[in-house]
Unconditional design. Structure first.
Length: 126
């Protein structure tokens, strides 16, 4: 099974703070092939630039890749963008693309605590 991680989940894993992750979402962390959208890397870098997190997206990705086997999804961007065009429930380009990435990969599960995402993507695990 593949499961995608939302940005905040990646941050919490990198910080060594699994207590913020729900019990239901912890099971896929141990059993699934974990992936992120490239948009997660962009959002992490944005968060660093506005001083919300201390480390770069590359540093965070390398840590979570090493500790949890996280992989960067390599689906063609045009496929993801086509699906993101229909995600009209948000103006947030990060959420829009992260959800579209999971949809583009066969409606894969997405681990996310974001209530807007949970309300609009039926395969959220939280």
């Amino acid at each position: 099974m593949i499961a995608y991680l939302d940005t905040h989940v990646v941050v919490w894993l990198a910080q060594g703070d699994p207590s913020r992750i729900s019990a239901k979402a912890k099971a896929p962390l141990e059993a699934a092939d974990l992936m992120i959208s490239p948009m997660v890397l962009l959002e992490l870098e944005y968060l660093r630039e506005v001083n919300r997190i201390a480390f770069s997206s590359r540093e965070i990705f390398l840590k979570v890749e090493h500790e949890f086997g996280l992989r960067l999804c390599d689906l063609p961007f045009h496929r993801v963008a086509e699906i993101a065009l229909d995600e009209k429930w948000t103006r947030d380009p990060f959420d829009r693309t992260i959800v579209a990435q999971a949809k583009a990969n066969g409606l894969a599960p997405l681990l996310s605590a974001d209530s807007d995402i949970r309300d609009h993507y039926p395969r959220v695990i939280w």
